[in-house]
Design a protein around this ligand. Structure first.
Ligand code: SF4
Length: 445
């Protein structure tokens, strides 16, 4: 058979897992493998699993089952691979199970089952690698693992302690992405503000200058690339204050994704959250005074073991004070192996559900009011999709403002007198808002 070997790929889980998938696919493509659209057309299937919550594990097992049924040759990798017995018990026929970031082991397993075939076109791989995200934005992973030990989380067990990438390596990857047409870089890790702690903030050379592997130095250097830079998974350590002036100056996007998880000191203590002691409300006020355009996004867990009605009421009050722009909420799930499960009495499912609904309703009100304030103003909007005729009217595009990250935040629906292009950044006059999205007309291109 002369055709190149084909691999189908399923990528589950968070943006960090997506980055792993991109690395594996880039290597496979460089070796001459092709990607198949579905398992049935492939010579082998790879499933990159997520093991964070029990529901994610169930979804991963289901995806492995589907790949086995449709293809038969399946290699499993990703977070769930750290506990291979769970996979092999449910699916004894998988060819190999490898853990997160074990790129080499995935490739070895693929080589064993489907040896690479000669392909004269292997040099056609673009130097920036293969991106699974649309070409105009890309995730930039700056470290692996985490030094924190939040009691609800098993990521440090699965991925180990923090390992930061050298700053020059991160910056060179960012430059390559920008050269390939990426207009927005999304900086990710488990704990972005801890970047470089493990390598003692080691300096490396970039553009003839020494840059330290420090959160603020990295943000400043990325800010020179002339594209949108969005910071995810930032904890409110004191040095985070230093990045707000960069946001006010327009060097990085005025957007902070800080997973606060709760507001009650008792719950935060049991969660063992990093930087839980900082005077968060006061800091938020200062950040906003310094950078009024700042959008703050966060996530919360309700129904953490031992959470009382008072703890929850405190959280609702805190949300009222903090006036966060974007909020995601999870009902606590007792992930196997998480220390939190044995810390206090579990909260009943019905109570978790009720608290979840109360929190979401409270936040919806806040978001609606905050978004309404944008009506009449102008926003820079990056275009993600163009209307294809059905549903939206022609000349309509869907994009995001500086305050919206892809996948997790809202959208801006844009009418335009001239066709917009994906990846273009337009100035949009905002005419209407609801609790999640904005609607307007392009007035500048
Ligand atoms: S900061 Fe906490 S929740 Fe996030 S990865 Fe580390 S231990 Fe898990």
């Amino acid at each position: 058979m002369n055709r190149p070997a084909r691999i189908s790929f399923v990528s589950l889980g968070c943006p960090k897992a997506l980055v792993d998938s991109e690395r594996i696919i880039t290597r496979l493509r460089a070796e001459g493998y092709e990607l198949a659209r579905d398992h049935a057309d492939a010579d082998l299937a790879i499933v990159n699993t997520c093991g964070f919550l029990d529901s994610a594990q169930a979804e991963s097992l289901e995806a492995i089952g589907a790949a086995l049924a449709e293809n038969g040759k399946v290699v499993v990798t990703g977070c769930m691979g750290a506990e291979p017995e769970k996979i092999t018990q449910a699916h004894p026929n998988v060819l190999a199970v490898t853990g997160p970031q074990q790129y080499e082991s995935v490739l070895e397993a693929v080589h064993r089952a489907v040896p690479p075939r000669h392909n004269p076109h292997i040099d056609l791989i673009p130097p920036q690698g293969i991106k699974l995200t649309p070409r105009h934005y890309a995730y930039l992973k700056i470290s692996e693992g985490c030094n924190n030990r939040c009691t609800f989380c098993i990521i440090p067990k699965l991925r180990g302690n923090l390992i930061s990438r050298p700053v020059a390596e991160v910056l060179r990857e960012a430059e390559r992405l920008v050269a390939a047409g990426v207009k927005e870089l999304l900086v990710i890790s488990q704990d972005t503000s801890a970047y470089g702690v493990d390598i003692k903030y080691a300096a490396s050379e970039w553009k003839g200058e020494k840059v330290h592997a420090k959160f603020i130095d990295l943000a400043r250097a990325l800010g020179q690339l002339g594209v949108w830079v969005r910071l995810h998974y930032v904890y409110p350590y004191p040095h985070v204050d230093d990045v707000v002036p960069l946001m006010a100056e327009g060097k990085v996007l005025p957007y902070l994704d800080i997973p606060f998880q709760h507001a009650s000191p008792a719950v935060l203590k049991r969660m063992r959250r990093p930087a839980a002691q900082e005077e968060t409300l006061e800091r938020i006020r200062r950040w906003r005074a310094e950078c009024p355009a700042l959008t703050i996004r966060s996530t919360f867990i309700v129904g953490f073991p031992g959470e009382t009605e008072e703890d929850f009421a405190l959280l609702l009050n805190w949300l009222g004070e903090a006036q966060l722009d974007r909020v995601g909420c999870f009902r606590y799930e007792p992930v196997g192996g998480a220390a939190a499960n044995g810390l206090a009495e579990p909260v009943e499912e019905a109570v978790k559900q009720e608290r979840y609904q109360r929190l979401m309703a409270r936040q919806q009100e806040i978001s609606r009011i905050r978004l309404k304030r944008k009506v009449g103003g102008r926003e820079r909007v990056i275009i993600d999709e163009i209307a294809s005729g059905s549903g939206q009217s022609p000349g309509t595009a869907k994009g995001r403002s500086r305050g919206d990250a892809p996948e997790i935040d809202g959208s801006v629906f844009v009418k335009s007198r001239r066709p917009l292009r994906v990846g273009e950044i337009a100035t949009v006059k905002i005419e209407r808002a609801d609790a999640y999205d904005l609607y307007g007309t392009a007035v500048g291109y």
